[in-house]
Design a protein around this ligand. Structure first.
Ligand code: DC
Length: 211
């Protein structure tokens, strides 16, 4: 591959964007960054630190300094970490602390796949291909409940639905880099799609963008 291929995959929680991003990374032999894991790591660092999540300066200092090993911590995938990540990610100071790390990852030779909320709008606005992966919130709640229960965190689907609705509202309404569809993104609604069909739709969209 001569040109750099940067693929931005954005969308709300439990939409399937992570699965699709990983499959795209395999298909195009590119490195992959789950940017949500960075915000989840800040959330876990805030819990360990015991500071008030509303303390933007402290959360940003933790965002600058958490060890890479934290990204592999299973606690990142908990419901509590997801909810708190949505809170700390609304601080512009936290977003600024994580910006260069994400841009640096996107800029590596050959390109990269990044998934998150603001990859196509803020992190890599010149990405070769931009996807916005979404699904009905009820379907996303069903998937997230299965995922959490499968990992040994039994969860009530109605409570997960309420969590996701709160996160969607917070992630979309914040002033700094809100979740929104980039004007040049291809929207993939995975509500009625199986994993293989969703991945095939994503590959077709990227192939078309490459031209
Ligand atoms: O994708 P996820 O569920 O792991 O993300 C957790 C939270 O992190 C999400 O609710 C909002 C925040 N986030 C963000 O603000 N920007 C990103 N690029 C990725 C995640």
């Amino acid at each position: 591959m001569t040109a750099s291929l940067i693929i931005a995959v954005d969308g709300p929680a439990a939409s399937g964007k992570g699965t699709i991003a990983k499959a795209l990374a395999r298909h195009y032999s590119l490195p992959h960054l789950d940017t949500g894991a960075l915000y989840r790591a800040v959330a876990v660092a805030v819990i360990a630190d015991g500071c008030d999540p509303a303390n933007a300066g402290r959360a940003a200092a933790l965002a600058e300094n958490f060890p890479d090993s934290l990204l592999a911590d299973p606690q990142l995938r908990s419901r509590q970490a997801g909810a708190l990540a949505s809170v700390v990610s609304a601080h512009p100071e936290v977003r600024a602390a994580l910006l260069q790390r994400q841009r640096h990852f996107a800029a590596q030779p050959g390109g990269a796949v990044l998934d998150g909320r603001d990859v196509g709008t803020v992190i890599a606005p010149d990405a070769t291909a931009k996807l916005f992966v979404t699904a009905d919130v009820a379907e996303r709640a069903r998937r997230r409940t299965l995922e959490l229960t499968g990992r040994g965190e039994p969860s009530d689907q109605a409570a997960i639905l309420a969590d996701l609705e709160a996160r969607d509202a917070r992630d979309s309404s914040r002033a700094s880099a809100p979740l929104k569809v980039a004007p040049d993104a291809v929207v993939i609604d995975t509500t009625g799609l199986g994993i293989e069909d969703a991945i095939a739709a994503a590959i077709a969209a990227v192939d078309k963008a490459i031209g």
